[in-house]
Design a protein around this ligand. Structure first.
Ligand SMILES: [Zn+2]
Length: 137
């Protein structure tokens, strides 16, 4: 079983990753158990059976595969959102990025010609405005 702090290397660089005790659903390695402050005060630690040390390279590989799977899932969700008529601005809001950033990341060549892009972002409009301004001066 992983230590509760195994996924927080910035805060617990000394964590030895493999938990040896458990307080309710929080498992701790010997190092984090020694640094324990308020967590589990007054609670009796439950010793965990000895488990093999965490294979960190295997963890890297697993996390990488999960990232690829999550990226595929995100791309599918974005495609479905587009297919159901959601604008890039709404998708961008969900991703915490601008409409343009969402579109640049996920737009495929076939979705480049979507109506909302043609209506909302044509180069002719700012160009015309520039021409009008230079005529006036
Ligand atoms: Zn730990």
């Amino acid at each position: 079983m992983h230590c509760h702090y195994a996924e927080d290397p910035a805060r617990r660089p000394q964590c030895t990753l493999t938990a040896v005790v458990r307080y309710d659903d929080v498992a701790l390695c010997p190092s984090c158990q020694a640094r324990r402050s308020t967590l589990g005060k007054g609670q009796r630690p439950l010793p965990l059976p000895t488990s093999p040390a965490l294979d960190v390279l295997n963890w890297v590989a697993t996390a990488h595969q999960q990232t690829i799977a999550a990226e595929r899932l995100l791309a599918a969700a974005v495609t479905r959102a587009r297919q159901t008529g959601q604008p890039w601005s709404a998708i961008g809001t969900q991703l915490g990025v601008t409409r343009q950033a969402a579109q640049q990341r996920f737009a495929t060549p076939s979705s480049q010609s979507n109506p909302d892009q043609r209506a909302g972002h044509t180069r002719a409009i700012p160009h015309e405005a520039t021409k009008r301004r230079s005529r006036a001066s």
